[in-house]
Design a protein. Structure first.
Length: 173
């Protein structure tokens, strides 16, 4: 074989080609690897978030269900002839259950659940006050009516007295 005049240049060009070919193949394989690997990690992160949201949703549904039961119990305090002490014990147990079901973190749900729980406690207190008043509002309305009637009678009596005084003064007594 005859000797090639530019043997060194050809070897150098071949090595450069081989080097860049290996780098190109490595970059393509790396890109394919990361293209395949990153979606799996993203999917894992997204699955974890979906699981967390589902757990929050289930817990929130339990809270709402227990909240509805507590509302029914508090509303039943207004019914006549109920044992309010027993009902208040049931309400307290349901409110403890609500306290256990509420979130303890600083999420939107925890603040909302805390406010709902406080609202239900105030609602129970207000309902107990209304129940303890009994028929006081009706009695108050009756007393207002009697008071207005008495005021009208008093005004009429004063007019009658004034008329009698004028009549007696005119007669000369």
């Amino acid at each position: 074989m005859p000797s090639v005049l530019n043997h060194k240049e050809r070897n150098r060009a071949f090595l450069k080609f081989l080097f860049f070919f290996i780098i190109s193949v490595w970059l393509i394989v790396g890109a394919i690897y990361f293209d395949m690997r990153i979606p799996f990690k993203e999917n894992d992160v997204l699955r974890e978030q979906v699981t967390r949201y589902r757990n929050q949703s289930v817990a929130q549904e339990k809270f709402v269900s227990s909240m509805d039961q507590a509302k029914v119990l508090i509303d039943s305090l207004k019914q006549p002839g109920v044992n309010s002490m027993y009902l208040n014990q049931q309400i307290a147990a349901k409110l403890r259950e609500l306290t256990d079901l509420q979130y303890k973190d600083s999420s939107m749900y925890s603040r909302m659940n805390k406010n709902v729980l406080d609202l239900y406690l105030r609602y129970q207190d207000a309902t107990n006050k209304v129940v303890s008043m009994g028929d006081l509002p009706k009695q108050l309305e009756d007393y207002k009516g009697k008071y207005e009637q008495t005021q009208r009678d008093l005004d009429q009596a004063r007019r009658d007295i004034d008329l009698l005084r004028r009549a007696s003064n005119a007669a000369g007594f």
